[in-house]
Design a protein. Structure first.
Length: 373
């Protein structure tokens, strides 16, 4: 099996696994146990990881909250901010192509009295900034726009969105699950107030993520969803998962130090893959080719292609891993104006640093046999 589904998850880097292992066995202390050395060792490891996460996104360590992953971080942000600011307003603006973790949470909040506006996207998957401006109302408390789409890789104009939000004194939350760890970023330069990320999207372990919550200019308030302890500055009760937190921290450190080299090599693989398929009549790249993650390729093939036959040899996707259990067509491609028949023949190939050119060539050889090229 050759793996081209790195937007779903990535292989854990051996160096990350190595630093995690001692915290399952010899350094097994509870980071909340402040009275003895085992607890101090665990606490020091957590705080080191907190600094590493902060360094990745240009934040302060005190602004980082550890979660079980991006889905929890998204739920915590949307629900917690709505509850904290509902006396000011109940209106949230988001986008039709957001991850289901955002869309399903927004649907829940409607039941709690929230008013949700879903922005449209164009054929390239980008929002209209004028539509965003027009959608803001006196009761708007939050704009939620993902940094990079998990299915198409399309990157939204984050700085422009932030400028609009700030001009109206509205908070800006970005689901950066596919963005953080892949693209160099700074939350202050981008103007993001709240952000979610997940380790397993950039070679760290599953089950651990983080939520960035701005502490000044403005200070973001949020109601805690979990109670029963004072961990994470009272934002998330529960015993900290030290081994996974250490893994997330190391993943962030490696991303900071090696991001440029990795991005360049993976980008070359994606470019080669797409270029070799240009002769296929009717083939289309879905989403902007100018504002896109370097590793993501979403293609619509001619309807005669039975590409699913290749899934016994190659791992790729028809959309989001979180939605793969459904039979509904991709809501992302549908929002981009792609019809259902075309969506059925659309597939995502997401490359990573463990992929090689021979692997890409092997896939291309099999694809080309369908079209005699």
């Amino acid at each position: 099996m050759i793996y081209f589904d790195n937007n779903a998850t990535t292989k854990v880097d051996d160096r990350i696994l190595e630093v995690m292992l001692p915290y399952f066995s010899e350094n097994y202390g509870n980071a909340s146990s402040k009275l003895h050395p085992p607890g101090w060792v665990a606490e020091a490891a957590v705080e080191k990881a907190r600094q590493q996460v902060a360094d990745l996104i240009g934040a302060e360590p005190s602004e980082i909250i550890f979660t079980s992953g991006a889905t929890e971080a998204i739920n915590t942000a949307l629900k917690g901010i709505f509850m904290a600011y509902r006396n000011k307003g109940n209106h949230i603006i988001t986008v039709a192509t957001e991850h289901k973790a955002v869309l399903d949470t927004c649907e829940y909040l409607i039941q709690e009295g929230a008013e949700i506006t879903y922005l449209n996207v164009d054929r390239e998957g980008l929002i209209d900034l004028d539509e965003l401006k027009s959608a803001i109302k006196p009761n708007t408390i939050l704009i939620s726009v993902m940094a990079a789409n998990n299915e198409t890789g399309v990157i939204q104009p984050l700085e422009e969105i932030s400028a609009i939000a700030k001009s109206k004194k509205v908070l800006f939350f970005s689901d950066a699950t596919q963005f953080a760890g892949k693209v160099q970023m700074n939350v202050n330069e981008l103007g993001i107030d709240v952000l979610s990320l997940s380790a397993h999207k950039f070679y760290g372990p599953k089950g651990i993520g983080a939520l960035y919550l701005r502490r000044k200019d403005p200070r973001v308030n949020m109601v805690s969803l979990l109670h029963g302890g004072s961990q994470e500055n009272h934002h998330r009760a529960g015993t900290l998962n030290v081994p996974l937190i250490v893994g997330l921290g190391k993943a962030c450190e490696l991303a900071v130090n090696e991001q440029w080299d990795n991005n360049t090599e993976v980008s070359k693989l994606r470019a080669y893959f797409e270029h070799q398929l240009l002769d296929i009549d009717g083939l289309r790249i879905n989403g902007s080719t100018k504002s896109r993650l370097y590793n993501t390729c979403n293609l619509t093939f001619p309807s005669t292609l039975d590409i699913k036959a290749l899934l016994s040899k190659y791992a790729f996707s028809s959309g989001s891993a979180c939605a793969s259990g459904t039979t509904e067509p991709s809501h992302v491609l549908k929002a981009m104006g792609i019809n259902e028949e075309e969506i059925k023949n659309s597939f995502r190939f997401s490359f990573g640093r463990y992929n090689s050119l021979p692997e890409v060539k092997a896939l291309l050889t099999e694809l080309k046999t369908f079209f005699n090229i």
